[in-house]
Design a protein around this ligand. Structure first.
Ligand SMILES: Cc1cc2nc3c(=O)[nH]c(=O)nc-3n(C[C@H](O)[C@H](O)[C@H](O)COP(=O)(O)OP(=O)(O)OC[C@H]3O[C@@H](n4cnc5c(N)ncnc54)[C@H](O)[C@@H]3O)c2cc1C
Length: 507
């Protein structure tokens, strides 16, 4: 019998498990589909920051450590595209073990928007408090918006370690009038910034290193790897435990709760298998509905397009072969965009496709387009599929079009012209934009948070799944809308915020 069962020991799951097991009176069980391993045994290829070099969007035919990925998840990025794999991490640390290492906070306008859309208590001040609490950032010692005591390191590569494209983007963007913002994690910042990473001494720090490892050995915390959870079981409308794919059942104590932290792809799939989702979709899979909720509807990710150039190899080399050390954030002022709705990324090498080119990526940080999940069967081993419908909302197209014009303009600056060996290659019209748009692996909002009783929300502001008792979701799924930044730091701040809101959970 467990007071809390945490499903998924990934990014949010590690924070939640460590936080809840800090109370020795609470018995916490973590069930993780992938490997349970000591942080020191993380495969070298993931600790080394050159990992970014091999991080193509599509899984390559052979992966060196396939057990660290859920290889069956697929997505169609845009209407008319071919569907192909959508990367998700697996094993302790989850996606924080395999991700691109970028460590950037969401912007205050995101959280203000969350609050007005019903997520009371998740506004800019609260999310800043959590962002400060989790981090260990020594670059701005006197800053009131930074923390140095948290478990998660934030590091910025000095200019001497940047690639030629990083330098060119900074020079061109400053000349074009974008401001220099040395700290993109300052809530007031916008403009040209060094892109921070979650590394210490040059090596990745995952949530397995930062949260699970220090909590291991607690008598009240048990971690089981290799357990593929099928679904949550209920008795009289209250979660009574979970069942795994082998049929084993893990039971909760009388006041116990299940916290799903299986990520934005797998938490919604697990909810469907548990009878929580759109009634009509569940019926197609032969699942009886426990609660008719819009699970799997509203999926978001940042849409990205590229302006590519060819440059000599020396311009592509940076310390650790990082693809991007410099970004430019700006507010488009277009199509209902809030502050910092757009990002341009220096691309020393085009890791998304493993191409030899370089250039500037244009990323839509506040998409209006939403997608949805489907499941081929109720089999617990069937991974979900996503129709992301990127750029299907005209307002997204308008801003990405404008972003590409800006990127093209920057690539005509002498800093780029003097480095490139040919012309600029980029989508020429809306049809090409829609045909070439890519994701950034930042899936969110598949079980979104909203006001209690709001039929368009899956969880309330205490992360409780509506219509049942004893079940919460705490991971990227619950973001009301995708944060305007790479999503990991927001997921971690969100997990910290949850812990502050649920002090007596399961007891
Ligand atoms: C390749 C890649 C690159 C990325 N790059 C960046 C980046 O550079 N910066 C950034 O900020 N963000 C990045 N992201 C996004 C960011 O890492 C994620 O948003 C974040 O880690 C998600 O956290 P999570 O807790 O929601 O899910 P995860 O960290 O994915 O954790 C989910 C966990 O649940 C487990 N699980 C799933 N199903 C089951 C089941 N049935 N039973 C038991 N356990 C289960 C999984 O194995 C996993 O361990 C990237 C993501 C990927 C995949």
């Amino acid at each position: 019998m467990w007071d809390v069962i945490v499903v998924g020991g990934g990014s949010a799951g590690a924070v939640v498990a460590a936080g809840l097991s800090a109370d020795p009176d609470r018995r916490v069980l973590v069930l993780e589909a992938g490997p349970d391993y000591r942080a020191a045994d993380t495969p070298a290829e993931f600790r080394d920051r050159t990992r970014g070099l091999g991080m193509q969007l599509a899984s390559p035919p052979t992966l060196r450590s396939p057990e660290f990925y859920h290889t069956g998840v697929t997505a169609r990025r845009g209407d008319g595209h071919e569907a192909f794999s959508y990367r998700r991490g697996r094993g302790l640390g989850g996606s924080s073990t395999v991700n691109g290492l970028y460590a950037i906070r969401g912007v205050p306008a995101d959280f203000a928007h969350w609050e007005t859309s019903g997520a009371a208590g998740w506004g800019p001040a609260e999310m800043l408090e959590s962002a400060i609490a989790i981090e260990d950032d020594h670059d701005f010692p006197a800053s009131p918006v930074h923390g140095t005591d948290g478990p998660f390191p934030v590091y910025r590569e000095p200019e001497s370690g940047w690639g030629g494209i990083d330098r060119a983007l900074r020079e061109a963007a400053l000349d074009a009038g974008y401001a220099w913002a040395p700290d993109h994690n300052d809530p007031a910042s916008t403009g040209v910034s060094p892109f921070a990473m979650h590394i210490r001494d040059g090596l990745r720090v995952s949530t397995n290193h930062a949260w699970i490892e220090p909590a291991r050995g607690r008598a009240n915390l048990e971690i089981r790897g290799g357990v593929q959870v099928d679904r949550v079981e209920f008795a009289s409308g209250r979660a009574s435990g979970v069942r795994d794919a082998e049929g084993n059942v893990y039971r909760l104590s009388a006041r116990g709760e299940v916290v799903l932290c299986a990520g934005a792809a797998h938490s919604p799939a697990m909810l469907w298998r548990s009878g929580i989702g759109p009634r009509a979709e569940l019926a197609k899979l032969g699942i009886d509905a426990v609660a008719d909720l819009p699970v799997g509807i509203g999926a978001q990710d940042h849409a990205v397009v590229f302006a590519e150039i060819s440059v000599p190899e020396r311009e592509q080399t940076s310390v650790g072969n990082r693809p991007t050390n410099v970004i430019v954030r700006y507010s488009s002022g277009l199509a209902d965009g809030r502050e910092n709705d757009m990002m341009l990324l220096a691309t020393n090498h085009n890791y998304w496709f493993g191409q030899p080119t370089a250039g500037v990526a244009v990323s839509l940080e506040q998409p209006h387009s939403t997608g949805r999940m489907s499941l081929a069967s109720a089999d617990p081993r069937a991974d979900p599929h996503f129709e992301l419908r990127m750029l299907s909302d005209e307002r997204d197209l308008e801003r990405i079009r404008d972003g590409l014009v800006r990127a093209r303009g920057l690539l005509e600056h002498d800093a780029f012209v003097s480095r490139r060996t040919g012309g600029v290659s980029a989508p020429r019209d809306d049809a090409e934009l829609r045909a070439t748009v890519k994701d950034t692996m930042h899936l969110t909002s598949t079980a979104r948070m909203g006001a209690a009783g709001d039929p368009s929300a899956v969880v309330d502001p205490d992360c409780r799944v509506q219509g049942v008792e004893g079940l919460r979701v705490v991971d990227a799924s619950i973001m009301p809308t995708v944060a305007s930044a790479n999503t990991l730091l927001t997921v971690l701040a969100l997990a910290d915020r949850f812990l502050r809101r649920a002090p007596g959970l399961g007891l």
